[in-house]
Design a protein around this ligand. Structure first.
Ligand SMILES: [Zn+2]
Length: 240
């Protein structure tokens, strides 16, 4: 790197640091997602399943790896998941506001999954841990007919000048969802506009009856881990 390039890089770093400090002073947390520097990004079932789904999406071949690196470097901040939308702020030369828009799960797909879950009969805890029978697991993780979004159900939106679909910032957020699902697997259902309680309605009714009557009818906005005291331990049965 030449002397002038080093100076420019140093100036860019200082500009970025000033911008981060300014926005934090204005109240933005800019809390960075913590990702492993190497090895598997995720350690639990749904996070790993999300990452495997991304890696199998041929529509984005060659576009996702830069995002994974960006995430490992701690550049994804304040990631939030809402029905049909993921938002985050990604640092690069400057701060970028990045959004993924994901269509709700189709009603017929959801109905099919509900029927399969009813036949299989796992508990809510088993669903969130990914401790499910092979047939139901296969169906829930099916790239075309399961819970994960297909490429034609996703839109990327970033304020950078890279017109690639996705840009590396959006790809970083895409992978960041996997990290979020490691901690809060119920957010996969939130993202797809569904509710795990409705997928496992009988099991959920039994859980509510056992735990008392103060539980809400819907759980999509709650932290299920805290609500049920669930220990979402690492799934040692998943080798990926
Ligand atoms: Zn971008």
């Amino acid at each position: 790197m030449s002397w002038s390039s080093r100076e420019e890089a140093e100036e860019a770093r200082e500009r970025l640091a000033r911008e981060i400090a300014r926005r934090r002073a204005e109240g933005e947390p800019l809390h960075a997602l913590t990702a492993p520097k190497s090895g598997h990004l995720c350690s639990r079932f749904w996070g790993r399943a999300w990452c495997r789904h991304l890696q199998d999406m041929t529509a984005y071949e060659g576009r996702l790896a830069p995002g994974r690196t960006c995430l490992r470097q701690g550049r994804v901040h304040d990631l939030t998941i809402q029905p049909g939308e993921v938002r985050a702020v990604v640092t690069d030369q400057t701060l970028h506001t990045t959004r993924l828009r994901i269509r709700p799960l189709k009603t017929e797909t959801w109905s099919r999954l509900q029927q399969a879950a009813a036949a299989s009969g796992p508990s809510l805890l088993d669903l969130l841990r990914g401790h499910l029978g092979e047939d139901l697991l296969h169906l829930l993780c099916d790239p075309d007919a399961g819970l994960f979004p297909r490429a034609d159900e996703i839109r990327f939106d970033c304020d950078c000048t890279d017109h690639a679909e996705p840009c590396r910032h959006a790809a970083a957020v895409f992978y960041g969802v996997g990290l979020a699902l490691d901690e809060h697997p119920e957010q996969l259902f939130v993202l797809r506009g569904t509710d795990p309680v409705h997928l496992l309605s009988e099991a959920a009714r039994q859980s509510r009856a056992a735990l008392g009557s103060d539980l809400p009818d819907t759980l999509v906005t709650d932290n299920l881990g805290a609500l049920f005291g669930i220990d979402l331990d690492t799934d040692s049965r998943d080798p990926a």
